[in-house]
Design a protein around this ligand. Structure first.
Ligand SMILES: [Zn+2]
Length: 231
């Protein structure tokens, strides 16, 4: 998927507000900020057993866009964030793809009125499908233990809090037979220490689901690496 196609998908938005990255009037995300945030992040230090692709560093414009979409309901950002996720996924696989999202906290869905990561994943699936890479979103997990949000916790605390949080959905997993040839990519909006993502992946693997890789809109591997080595 070329940069021009990604940029076109972004510019094709209904734009009526100021840019979340630089406040310039007219666009919720201006072309300059969009171009600045499209900087893929390198390998994640804690996730070594699966290929990982991350669309942007979780800072500056990308952080502002994700927070505006997630916390402030700026839904016009679903398109560029979905395009960013699609571009990350496209580096992992070019064939048919199933995107498996990580279930959000129930309180988050109530507060935001939507599962914002799922919105982004559905948009990414559309972008990939239009680029001749058939893609679907599948919900293969539920969150049955909820110990609150991970923000502010150390890597060790995150790992302890997320242990056993997810359950696989046997009926949905049984339907995977309809998707022979599809590769399964676990997707999230932001990967920090990787604890939540890895717990989700391990839950799927324990249910005999073959996970081909992990993709996120944005990530902070350098900060999580520092926090882990300081323990
Ligand atoms: Zn801007």
């Amino acid at each position: 998927m070329g940069t021009g196609r990604l940029l076109a998908a972004c510019i094709d938005l209904v734009l009526s507000r100021s840019c979340v990255g630089c406040d310039v009037l007219g666009n919720t995300l201006c072309p300059t900020c969009w171009a600045a945030m499209c900087q893929q992040v390198g390998p994640h230090p804690q996730i070594t057993a699966w290929p990982v692709a991350i669309g942007a560093h979780y800072q500056d414009q990308a952080k502002a866009a994700i927070i505006a979409h997630k916390e402030h309901g700026v839904r016009s950002l679903t398109a560029p964030l979905g395009t960013l996720l699609a571009s990350a996924i496209a580096t992992l696989t070019s064939g048919p793809t199933l995107l498996v999202t990580i279930p959000p906290h129930r309180g988050s869905v109530r507060a935001r009125g939507a599962d914002t990561t799922s919105l982004i994943a559905h948009r990414a699936a559309q972008v990939l499908t239009r680029a001749n890479q058939p893609a679907r979103v599948q919900q293969l997990l539920t969150r049955h233990l909820d110990k609150g949000k991970q923000v502010g916790r150390s890597a060790a605390q995150r790992q302890a809090a997320i242990k056993g949080a997810f359950q696989s959905r046997p009926k949905q997993i049984a339907k995977l037979v309809k998707f022979a040839g599809y590769r399964i990519i676990v997707v999230d909006d932001v990967i920090t220490t990787g604890a939540t993502t890895l717990e989700a992946v391990h839950t799927l693997v324990n249910a005999d689901v073959i996970v081909a890789g992990i993709a996120a809109v944005a990530g902070t591997p350098s900060r999580s690496w520092q926090s882990t080595t300081q323990r």
